[in-house]
Design a protein around this ligand. Structure first.
Ligand code: DAH
Length: 346
């Protein structure tokens, strides 16, 4: 029995040394210390120990029991303290403790841009980017807006270099049509001097014009440009694409119309209008979303593309207009003032 007691102690301490969680510790306690545990079952043999050995065996058993209980207590406080240490450790990947009141989110314009990219993405358009600091060549010349054209008036553009002194004055772009030119140039360069594959892109971004701020104008706003060049693209493709876009984004009953117009870089050109109710207390009105048309052959030639082989359509819409129509926002200034009372509603 002395030997059994000795074994019990060694085995118990050994198993306890491998315990590292509160659950495992409890299992160990049940196995050794509890009423149905091993100490009790060894003790059960005490009654058969010869009388003269009883004091020695009794003492040994008490010592084993005390040793295991003491080791158990020590392990228990070790596990408890390491658990609280873990809780206090800083996990930088954990989200912070903030009330839902103050959780931020992307600005409504950013979200509309993402939604537009998603809708056009489903129609096969890829997203292209271009610089906001541009030059005269990409903002005007290659888009068929030659020197002397009224659109180049310094009063209507933010020039960085003086257009009377510089040959290709820099400016912050007045339209995202600049990206059409950049994408076509890059594709021709990649094709070793000729266009080798169709182009189908959209390009959202900021544009700048020295307009006086009012309910529908701002000196900085966003446009989304589209360009699709392929063999045999026609006005029907343009109309279909825009109608599909309007239905996908504004709903099946979206009312849109194409109105004949003029742009130097498209022929024929049109404007896309949409019937929109900006205020619940007002009737829906036709609002112009932007321009579109078949890419003018001269623009293709300026970028080194053969207009006999490739045709395409382009469009450029105001993102603020789209956002105002989609979310019934009556004044463009609300989009830039960052008044939390507004931002929390949209
Ligand atoms: N760039 C024009 C503007 O700023 C909009 C536009 C019209 C873009 C016709 C186009 C287009 O791509 O084909 O008002």
């Amino acid at each position: 029995m002395l030997e059994l007691a000795e074994q019990l102690q060694t085995q118990g301490l050994d198993e306890l040394s491998r315990v590292s969680s509160a659950d495992a510790l409890e299992a160990w306690r049940l196995a050794y210390l509890a009423g149905s545990g091993k100490i009790k079952s060894v003790m059960a043999g005490f009654k058969d120990v010869p009388k003269d050995q009883k004091p020695a065996v009794g003492a040994k058993m008490n010592q084993v029991k005390a040793a295991l209980e003491q080791a158990f207590e020590a392990k228990k406080s070790l596990i408890a303290s390491s658990a609280s240490a873990t809780v206090q450790q800083l996990d930088v990947t954990e989200p912070g403790f903030v009330s839902t009141e103050s959780v931020g989110r992307a600005h409504i314009i950013t979200r509309v841009i993402e939604e537009l990219c998603e809708v056009f993405g489903r129609m096969g358009f890829e997203v292209a980017e271009g610089p906001e600091l541009e030059d005269d060549e990409h903002n005007f010349i290659k888009l068929n807006i030659p020197a002397g054209h009224p659109a180049r008036d310094p009063a209507d553009n933010f020039y960085v270099d003086d257009p009377r002194e510089s040959v290709s004055p820099r400016m912050i772009r007045s339209q995202t049509s600049t990206v059409q030119v950049r994408v076509m140039e890059a594709a021709v360069k990649a094709g070793g001097g000729k266009l080798a594959h169709p182009i189908k892109i959209i390009s959202p971004g900021r544009v700048y014009r020295p307009d006086t701020v009012d309910a529908t104008h701002s000196f900085m706003f966003h446009q989304i440009e589209g360009l699709y060049l392929d063999r045999g693209v026609s006005m029907i493709d343009l109309k279909t694409t825009l109608l599909q876009f309007a239905r996908a984004y504004f709903g099946e009953d979206a009312e849109v119309r194409l109105r004949p117009s003029y742009f130097p870089f498209t022929e024929p050109s049109a404007e896309l209008d949409m019937k929109i109710r900006l205020r619940p207390d007002q009737p829906a009105r036709w609002i112009e979303l932007g321009g579109c048309g078949m890419v003018d052959p001269a623009v293709l030639q300026h970028c080194g593309i053969d207009p006999e082989e490739w045709t395409g359509f382009a469009f450029g819409f105001g993102i603020e207009r789209i956002a105002m129509g989609r979310y019934s926002i009556p004044d463009i200034r609300l989009l830039f003032e960052n008044d939390l009372r507004f931002l929390r509603q949209v």
